[in-house]
Design a binder for this molecule. Sequence first.
Ligand code: HEC
Length: 165
Amino acid sequence: MGKTYFTIFGVVAIIAAFSSCFHSGSKEYLSLKNRLDSLESNAYTPGFGEFMNTIEIHHAKLWFAGTDKNWPLAQYELDEMKETFDDLQKYVKGRPEVKEIPMIDPALKDLGQAIESKDVNRFKPAYITLTTTCNSCHLATEHGFNVITIPSAPPVTDQQFKRAK
Ligand code: HEC
């Protein structure tokens, strides 16, 4: 019994000692806070255009996956593209264009349904609508000189777009 009390007393004493070190006015607290603030302000986050370059690659791969009826790859590329739009919204601060991103949602949703139906005749028009919407946003955000088209060649030569048997 006595031992238990002693242990509890010891633990309380240790917690008390530590919390006095880290109360919000202490030197240790302020030094940790400064280090955290500096880590935060120096943290690298990709810019708007870098996220767009990633989106462009997924957009191009998606065309070859879909027209080759490689539906698992098409689904994957679509998911990656959606994830990149989400990350763009999350990480790019201070760019008013971010609020235009939801305009792409209906086109992404339609394309998802076309992929689910495994119908290339639904996939192609849905892909064209997506591409038109990319360009609508570029026009709306004064980047109309960035014109996105249906790709005429795969963006890379080291990946197979046809479905493996
Ligand atoms: C929120 C509206 C918006 C949507 C939707 C959008 N873009 Fe963009 N895009 C921009 C803006 C703004 C820029 C310029 C970014 C910068 O560099 O500051 C840009 C730039 C680009 C660039 C140029 C990057 C470079 O460095 O060459 C490409 C490529 C691009 N977008 C592809 C796409 C594709 C593909 C889609 C559709 C799947 C798309 N974008 C949808 C707003 C949008």
